[in-house]
Design a binder for this molecule. Structure first.
Ligand code: KG4
Ligand code: ZN
Length: 348
């Protein structure tokens, strides 16, 4: 049986991720290793990722993380058949470290290089758990992006139906967590705090859901501001801020809009598979409400396990394997790190 080993490198934000996957001759891709070194703790006191700190952390973590991934996968460097790397979008300096490392490894090992799109990789990772992907609608929600995309094939360009016009969903979680005095990144803290709260305690605005609004675009600046005004009013009146209730009400407003728009797009386009990806897809309420609404609409839901939703190297390796399987042309060794890489380009 012919199989191929693909190593993937992810450094678009604050996680140095290195994944190793095996591409089987029937096109199935399986996970062998998924190693992550995160610099999140170094950013926490700033309440956001500091690009230069992230770049330096990637530089320090890169070689040890590659070694760990090969060791966990039980493969030798000489077994690797291709190297894939996130070429964009992301933080310029952070991407540059991964792209430079990938070029160096691909050169040293004399194997093809695939510079891939971070968002397509968030979609591709699902195949590691749930097998080949049928044509689907993907809702990608992370700290940097909130997009609705139509996916026909992982080696083909994704078709963007809509995106946020202001904050990304994860950014809104992070900012609201900060307002509520919770930790960074805010998503997991809000998720946890919301479990003890009442989602109906306040009805926060659902952005861009009016009859004349763009049906597939998102806006989260309004809900974030509404939470800020609400918290300020409580504080002015000397009332203790009910953190759990506000976290639950905010989370409900965001996931209500995300799932409603995704299912509307699925119905409009006649697509019967919805895939969630990106860090916010780790949110327990988003997963539950998407499951409920998909079941009602007769849409199959695919959501990777939370660890594969947040940034990792396995997703990059998975996409690299699908590109290899599709005989996509490999990237030149002169590819740039592209901070604003368009979602319509899966491969650089
Ligand atoms: O995909 P990701 O790891 O990095 C980017 O590409 O941005 O996403 C990180 C984002 C952060 O904003 C974080 O707060 C959010 O994902 N996040 C969550 C949860 N876990 C991570 N948001 C809501 N609920 C969660 N459980
Ligand atoms: Zn991401």
């Amino acid at each position: 049986m012919m199989t191929a080993i693909v190593l993937g490198i992810e450094t678009s934000c604050d996680e140095t991720g290195v994944g190793v996957v095996r591409l089987h001759d029937d096109g199935v891709v399986t996970l062998l290793a998924d190693e992550i070194a995160s610099s999140v703790a170094e950013h926490a006191r700033f309440g956001g990722v500091v690009p230069e700190v992230a770049s330096r952390a990637h530089l320090q973590a890169m070689v040890p993380t590659v070694h760990r991934a090969l060791e966990t996968a039980g493969v030798a460097a000489s077994d690797v058949d291709a190297v894939a790397v996130t070429a964009g979008p992301g933080l310029a300096g952070a991407l540059l470290v991964g792209v430079a490392a990938a070029k160096a490894y691909a050169t040293a090992w004399d194997v093809p290089l695939y510079g891939v799109n971070h968002l397509t990789a968030h979609v591709a990772v699902d195949t590691l758990e749930h097998g080949p992907l049928p044509p689907a609608l993907a809702l990608l929600v992370s700290g940097g992006h909130s997009s609705l995309l139509q996916v026909t094939h992982l080696a083909a360009p994704l078709d963007p139906l809509g995106a946020t016009i202001d904050d990304a969903a994860g950014e809104a979680f992070d900012k609201v967590a900060r307002l509520l005095g919770l930790g960074f990144p805010g998503g997991p803290f809000i998720d946890r705090a919301a479990r003890g709260g009442d989602p109906a305690s306040v009805r926060f605005p659902r952005g861009l859901t009016g009859p004349r609004d763009a049906p597939y675009d998102f806006s989260f600046a309004g809900v974030k501001t509404a939470v800020a005004r609400h918290v300020e009013a409580l504080q002015r009146d000397g009332v203790t801020v009910p953190v759990g209730d506000i976290a639950a009400a905010f989370q409900e407003a965001v996931v209500d809009v995300l799932t409603a728009k995704a299912l509307r797009a699925a119905a409009d386009r006649g697509i019967d598979t919805l895939l969630l990806g990106g860090g916010v897809a780790a949110n327990s309420r988003l997963r539950a409400l998407a499951a409920q609404r998909c079941a009602t609409a007769g849409v199959a839901l695919r959501v990777p396990r939370p660890r594969l939703c947040t940034d990792n190297g396995a997703m990059v390796a998975a996409l690299g394997a699908h590109l290899l399987a599709a005989c996509a042309p490999s990237s030149g060794f002169d590819i740039p790190a592209d901070p604003t890489l368009a979602v319509t380009r899966s491969l650089v």
